[in-house]
Design a protein. Structure first.
Length: 289
């Protein structure tokens, strides 16, 4: 096999992601003819076909899947190298790229990130909130330094991630017109509830708890955006679950009060990071608390 052309690998990777030469060419600002020629050259270099045509699209061959797996590792290492080199330049703020799971309370996330912003070197915080699978992929590819989630991310298609619990506490339901805290078995069967969408770790935990307690909740709304969920609660449209530790913040921000606490139902916040990024100064500061 001849020496690989890494530009051809990059373009192969783009085709694999797009599933089409035409779509990949559009994103790379190349003509489809140029991209097709580079793909043929790469196939000649590796000694086999990388794609087979299925209908109007392209599907990776077994050889193509192997090459893509190595491409992911190569470009992930390249992204990591870029970040490591940049982090050595102390004349610039240290970039700290954080992903935030959609079920993590913003107030709690802000509290947990404070230690990372107290370094002797200035820190530039970059936060993005997206579906957890998207964040796990970005973390594995070294596009993020850390992800806060309510469950350990563990192994991904791009490698294993490390996790550490940063906070743990009970869950409380809050409502805009709550007069005084009640027993959970009394209030949760008659209040309309605003919950995270199915599949979210907190939703699964709540459903298990409801089942164990014999409670059949009235679910008035399901949200994958926690801020929108709280806005509906602020309008008096139902009760919602959130960490007990941020009760005062929620009352100040949304005008809601505790309705009932579930002391046996615990919610954790985990810091997830790639093993080779554990030496990032901001990650270390956050893990040490």
């Amino acid at each position: 096999m001849r020496h690989l052309n890494y530009l051809h690998l990059r373009h192969f990777h783009a085709i694999a992601q797009a599933g089409s030469v035409v779509e990949a060419a559009r994103g790379l600002y190349l003509t489809p003819q140029t991209l097709s020629a580079q793909l043929r050259q790469l196939e000649e270099d590796v000694g086999g076909l990388l794609f087979e045509r299925i209908g109007r699209g392209l599907q990776l061959t077994p050889l193509g899947q192997t090459v893509l797996r190595y491409c992911n590792e190569i470009f992930s290492l390249g992204a990591e190298l870029t970040q490591v080199v940049r982090s050595q330049d102390h004349s610039q703020p240290l970039a700290f790229r954080v992903g935030l799971g959609q079920d993590i309370a913003k107030v709690l996330a802000q509290r947990l990130l404070v230690p990372a912003l107290s370094l002797s070197r200035p820190v530039r915080l970059l936060v993005r909130q997206e579906p957890i699978d998207t964040l796990a992929e970005a973390l594995s590819k070294h596009e993020l330094d850390l992800v806060l989630s309510d469950a350990p991310l563990g192994a991904t298609a791009w490698g294993r991630l490390e996790s550490q619990a940063l906070a743990e506490g009970s869950v409380t339901f809050y409502a805009a017109n709550a007069e005084a805290p009640e027993a959970p078995e009394v209030c949760l069967g008659r209040w309309p509830l605003l919950l995270p969408t199915e599949g979210a770790p907190l939703r699964r935990t709540l459903e298990q708890w409801f089942h164990e307690q014999g409670i059949h909740p009235l679910i008035a709304g399901e949200f994958n955006d926690s801020a929108l969920l709280k806005s509906f609660a602020m309008a008096g449209l139902g009760a919602f679950p959130a960490p007990t530790a941020i009760a005062e913040d929620l009352e100040a921000m949304y005008g809601v009060k505790p309705l009932c606490e579930l002391p046996t139902l615990r919610q954790c916040v985990y810091a997830n990071y790639a093993p080779r990024r554990s030496d990032h100064a901001a990650v270390q500061a956050l893990l040490k608390g």
